[in-house]
Design a protein around this ligand. Sequence first.
Ligand SMILES: CCCCCCCCCCCC/C=C/CC(=O)SCCNC(=O)CCNC(=O)[C@H](O)C(C)(C)COP(=O)(O)OP(=O)(O)OC[C@H]1O[C@@H](n2cnc3c(N)ncnc32)[C@H](O)[C@@H]1OP(=O)(O)O
Length: 275
Amino acid sequence: MLRRYILLNTNKFVNCRHVSQSMLQSTVDEKSGIATVTMNKPPVNSLNLEFLDEINTQLNKLQKDKIRGMILTSGLQKVFCAGLDITEFYNPNPDRLAKFWTVLQDTWLSLYMASFPTVAVINGHSPAGGCLFAMSCDYRVMVGPKYTIGLNETKLGIVAPKWFQDTMVAVIGQRKAEVSLTTGKMYTTDEALQVGLIDESLPDADSALKKGTQFLNNFQRISPWAFKMTKDISRQPTVQWLIDNKQKDLDFVLKFMQSPDVQKSLGLYLQSLKK
Ligand SMILES: CCCCCCCCCCCC/C=C/CC(=O)SCCNC(=O)CCNC(=O)[C@H](O)C(C)(C)COP(=O)(O)OP(=O)(O)OC[C@H]1O[C@@H](n2cnc3c(N)ncnc32)[C@H](O)[C@@H]1OP(=O)(O)O
């Protein structure tokens, strides 16, 4: 049952329903119908099987609740999301890896095709899967200037799957995405704004959240049905490949991730992170 709370959110009191609390906090402003979903899995919001499952469950719940919009942000000091949890890939248990990848596919489909408008308030670093999540929202507001965002997979000796790449192409275009993906480029906030990877840059998290809310307020006078149909038509070419090839994508990942060369690269990368 939903309970009423007064919740402290970025130094502001708002009237809201408290929907869940664990690695993910979700609050819905009663007046606007806008949900704020805050990732809170220290130290870096890395996406493991359980966290992804929780995110996907929450997205499906918000859809059923017919919210009017969602802000996705982080409760951590300087990281929006560090991407996929690399320990899921290193010396993996094949059954768990298969579950992990399937939940990732489903979570991406839920977020990318969400029936409500979505904004990523990127209040920290956002590499790889973190960048994928941000790019999957309808609008991106980033706190600058000190954080970075991008698909850095080649720097780990791995390959961004086709649907990660297609998501980037849909945001910044083929040519820029190709250079960005092959070089594993991590953009500063200013660079990300220049290339179109983010829509706005704000100096602090409070003003970024306000900007995100302002964007969502654009939809108050737009029919949810018209919004959803338009988004579906626009995004269908990007999602169709995965919808048609979920098993093939999974089989490839299982094979690729268990190859000795990839394991060696991942081991070295994990070591460098620990240092
Ligand atoms: C036909 C051909 C088709 C080809 C298809 C190919 C198909 C292949 C599929 C494979 C695709 C795989 C896709 C993967 C996407 C990903 O998301 S991979 C993850 C990439 N992420 C990163 O590289 C981020 C790494 N982290 C950082 O850069 C930094 O941690 C940070 C900038 C996010 C934060 O910095 P800081 O605040 O200084 O924290 P740290 O001290 O670095 O980290 C604290 C702590 O967290 C651990 N950690 C960091 N990131 C991760 C992570 N992603 N996963 C797991 N753990 C992580 C880090 O090791 C530290 O741990 P300790 O405290 O030292 O134990």
